[in-house]
Design a protein around this ligand. Structure first.
Ligand SMILES: NC(=O)c1ccc[n+]([C@@H]2O[C@H](COP(=O)([O-])OP(=O)(O)OC[C@H]3O[C@@H](n4cnc5c(N)ncnc54)[C@H](OP(=O)(O)O)[C@@H]3O)[C@@H](O)[C@H]2O)c1
Length: 301
């Protein structure tokens, strides 16, 4: 099998490629940075620039499946111009793939796209399944809906489409966990806002195994990629501190402080999303890290 990956140079992409290569799957990847064309061992890099509709079309030669992860990071201050970048990087890159699939001779049978649980309406009580149509009204929920809408257009080409709504990815190599451990290591860690907001997390190893499982088993439709046990922000903060053997003695950091520090982006950590993993488990996927304590022990010890 040969897989084409977009956004391959990111946190999820690099880990996913390591897994696919270990399973003897051939990997091509698209990157917007020419300096990254030869940066991933055992794979072939191709250049694209969705902003000016530039793409090396040979990236799709003998490719059976596409995994689409590309998108500008949401973890940078959401200025009005950067918000446009977050949206357009996902919409334009998906449109480029659609055009490539429409205009090139290919043998692609499935496209699996990253998506995000940020699509669900923030709630302290609802457990969201993939069937839920209660979408949020904020910027992130809007981006995800636009992104998924573009991805859905690819199914009209007789290609199986799968959308993986990813939760908060825990990895020791980057992303949210490194930001969460910084203050705790400096003895200034504390839960955020009420601390009661749910964090639907997933260990990076389980996430990349879900992507591999989806392509191995030709699963289509929407799948949440979250561990079976969402925790509150307070529980997450306490569990990290326990794993790092650091004390927590400060009161919660008020939401208003987070808003002043991070701007609109504070919503990522202050809003609550309790998301169900039942669908992927019913499809036969087994999580290695079901509990936060074992996930953190594997990443932080
Ligand atoms: N990590 C999480 O907690 C999390 C949670 C929910 C959803 N997700 C989604 O899952 C996907 C992968 O996440 P990640 O953490 O691996 O992200 P990441 O580390 O930020 O990597 C994303 C990759 O996208 C590419 N990219 C950036 N700007 C782009 C643009 N303007 N046009 C096209 N490509 C661009 C970059 O690759 P090149 O520079 O090589 O082109 C980058 O390496 C993302 O779409 C993200 O939104 C992640």
């Amino acid at each position: 099998m040969k897989v084409l990956i977009t956004g391959a140079t990111g946190l999820v992409g690099r880990e996913l490629i390591t897994l696919l290569v270990s399973k003897k799957i051939d990997v091509n990847y698209l990157t917007t940075r020419k300096s990254e064309l030869n940066s991933i061992p055992n794979c072939k890099g191709f250049y694209w620039n969705p902003k000016n509709t530039e793409i090396d079309e040979s990236c799709i030669d003998r490719v059976d499946k596409i995994i689409h992860l590309a998108g500008a990071s949401v973890a940078k201050r959401w200025t009005e111009s950067y918000k446009k970048e977050i949206t357009s990087s996902r919409v334009l890159s998906t449109q480029m793939l659609l055009k490539l699939l429409k205009t090139t001779k290919h043998q692609v049978t499935q496209l699996v796209s990253a998506s995000a649980i940020g699509v669900y309406k923030p709630s302290f009580t609802t457990l969201y399944t993939e069937e839920s149509l209660e979408f949020g009204a904020g910027f992130l929920a809007d981006v995800v809906q636009l992104w998924e809408k573009e991805v859905d257009k690819i199914s009209k080409l007789n290609i199986q489409v799968s959308k993986i709504r990813i939760g908060l990815v825990l990895s020791e190599k980057g992303g949210a966990l490194l930001e969460l451990i910084k203050p705790i290591n400096l003895y200034v860690g504390a839960p955020i806002a009420s601390g009661k907001q749910f964090v639907s997390w997933i260990h990076i190893d389980d996430l990349v195994k879900i992507f591999a499982y989806i392509i191995d088993n030709n699963l289509d439709g929407v799948y949440n990629a979250v561990a079976p046990s969402p925790e509150t922000n307070k529980e997450l903060t306490i569990a990290i501190a326990k794993q790092l053997k650091k004390p927590l003695f400060l009161p919660n950091i008020p939401k208003v402080v987070m808003k002043l520090t991070l701007g609109e982006m504070h919503k990522i950590i202050c809003e609550s999303q309790k998301v169900s993993s039942t669908k992927i488990q019913t499809a036969g996927f087994h999580f290695q890290y079901k509990e936060l304590s074992s996930a953190l022990a594997s990443l932080l010890s």
